[in-house]
Design a protein around this ligand. Structure first.
Ligand SMILES: [Zn+2]
Length: 156
């Protein structure tokens, strides 16, 4: 999978993605951090405080945007208008029954046909920002480029 290009680059977007027209050109990934009292609660899942401060979060988001160049847009914000995939950062016990892994993606989404799929990265600030960045990047590959490597997207 070569990844999606902007409309300006090749204009071939609407059929595979199901979108009308060209905009937005790139898959968007919102990276959400459980920080302090701003905890993540979704579908009965509680994510512990990730321990990352705004400086670390900005650094990691910038590193992701640099790594994916123009192919994916990362943000730490939530947008009310755009469709985006969401990657939640922080440790939760909700998936313990499935095994021990650093991240978990909801989909193996070749061509980013699902624009609002989710992933988790089960790490906090006790590990390096490089490791967190690389696991987020890995889950992003599942959500927008259909990276496949094992059963059900589970991984260690
Ligand atoms: Zn994986």
């Amino acid at each position: 999978m070569g990844g999606l290009r902007s409309c300006a680059a090749d204009g071939q977007w609407s059929v595979a993605s199901g979108r009308e027209g060209c905009a937005p050109a790139q898959p968007m990934v919102s990276v959400q951090w459980s920080v302090g009292s701003v905890n993540i609660f979704i579908d009965n899942i509680t994510v512990d405080d990730s321990g990352f401060d705004s400086t670390a979060i900005s650094y990691i988001v910038a590193a992701l945007n640099a790594q994916f160049d123009d192919d994916v847009v990362f943000t730490a914000e939530l947008s009310e208008t755009d469709e985006y995939s969401t990657i939640y950062i922080g440790i939760t016990s909700a998936f313990d029954a499935y095994g021990d892994f650093l991240g978990l993606a909801e989909t193996i989404d070749s061509g980013n046909q699902i624009h609002d799929d989710n992933a988790f990265v089960f790490l906090n600030s006790t590990v390096s920002v490089e490791l967190v960045t690389s696991v987020i990047a890995h889950e992003t590959e599942h959500l927008v480029n259909g990276l496949e490597h094992d059963v059900d997207g589970l991984e260690k």
